[in-house]
Design a protein around this ligand. Structure first.
Ligand SMILES: O=P(O)(O)O[C@@H]1C[C@H](O)[C@@H](CO)O1
Ligand SMILES: O=c1cc[nH]c(=O)[nH]1
Length: 312
């Protein structure tokens, strides 16, 4: 059903109904003016700051920031990457227990926890980190897991557009009591390059929209949560609707990730493996070996991209 070329959606940029904030243009937005004067900016959730670490020395050469939820997975990815490229892997550079940060040459591996609130904190501090470090041309990639919508478990979905839980391609923030909508744009060339590489590496891939839910259970229409005031047929009608809208997977961070990286002017992509096909169930029950194999797929794909782009 889901052939590689089958779901190559045309890229579109919609700014309709978007409330713009001061300083925002379509895409690259001016940095916070107050940041320029803060000589002692402390990145609280990383546990270090401008005054406590030589950020340009440690992070100035960064070209890729790879992120995803789990701290253990990101330690493992950093170690795998170091081994594959025959380069050293740093110790955990984070001085806080909120997030881990590993560095392998020009690639940073940072976990973001679960859901957009946690991701947004990590991402803002990572953007400030890259700014203070004077790192240039940094690409951000989210490597994650997700629930598939009409795709086989183990399929890697490279996202075209991120869609929120109200099914529009916007990231919604509430600021000063106002609902602000911003575009969720990802880099089209990066997406196409990832799809090409997946085909070359025989990694099962589809490309389509990703729905970003606000929770794992009711927000994703699961029938296995503690609460459930809808019927099985409602769940399937919703999944069907998602499928017909071009959604191929559901996770919990894509809108914020796409929006923040786009606003900051960084190229970005989202590459998530599906752990199950939600058309066939809700419980995530995979043997350990299979899970490791699935987790490895986004890593193998993104590593191939990084090695190609950086010639390492
Ligand atoms: O990147 P990961 O695999 O942590 O992200 C997905 C989305 C949620 O944060 C989490 C739910 O299990 O997995
Ligand atoms: O079904 C799933 C699996 C992983 N992550 C999600 O958010 N949903």
């Amino acid at each position: 059903m889901a052939g590689f070329l089958g779901y190559v959606f045309s890229h579109f940029q919609s700014t309709a109904n978007t409330t713009k904030m001061a300083g925002q243009t379509n895409g690259l937005e001016k940095r916070n003016k107050y940041l320029e004067n803060s000589k002692e900016d402390f990145l609280y959730h990383f546990g270090f700051g401008v005054a406590t670490l030589d950020l340009p020395k440690v992070f100035g050469d960064t070209k890729f920031v790879c992120t995803g939820g789990s701290p253990g997975r990101f330690k493992l990815y950093a170690e795998w990457f170091a081994k594959e490229c025959n380069i050293p892997c740093s110790e955990n550079l984070s001085k806080s227990d909120r997030f881990v940060i590993y560095k392998t040459g020009p690639v940073c591996w940072i976990n973001h926890g679960m859901g957009t609130p946690s991701l947004s904190i990590m991402l803002i501090e990572a953007l400030k980190l890259m700014h203070h470090a004077k790192a240039e041309n940094v690409t951000f990639i989210r490597l994650g897991t997700s629930g598939g919508v009409g795709v086989e478990p183990g399929t890697v979905v490279v996202t075209t557009e991120a869609m929120n839980a109200e099914l529009s391609d916007k990231h919604i923030q509430v600021i000063a009591g106002k609902r602000i909508e911003r575009p969720t744009q990802l880099d089209e060339n990066l997406r196409l390059e990832l799809c090409e590489l997946a085909a070359l590496k025989n990694i099962p891939v589809v490309t389509g929209k990703t729905m970003c839910a606000d929770d794992f259970y009711e927000g994703q229409m699961r029938l296995d949560g503690y609460f459930c005031d809808y019927k099985e047929e409602d769940k399937f009608a919703f999944l069907e609707k998602l499928y017909n809208l071009g959604v191929r997977n559901i996770e919990m961070e894509s809108t914020c990730f796409a929006s923040f990286t786009h606003r900051a002017g960084h190229r970005s992509a989202i590459v998530c493996v599906t752990l199950l096909n939600r058309m066939n169930g809700d419980q995530v029950k995979i043997e350990k070996e299979k899970y490791v194999e699935y987790e490895e797929r986004p890593f193998r794909l993104v590593t191939a991209l990084i090695r190609k782009q950086l010639a390492i």
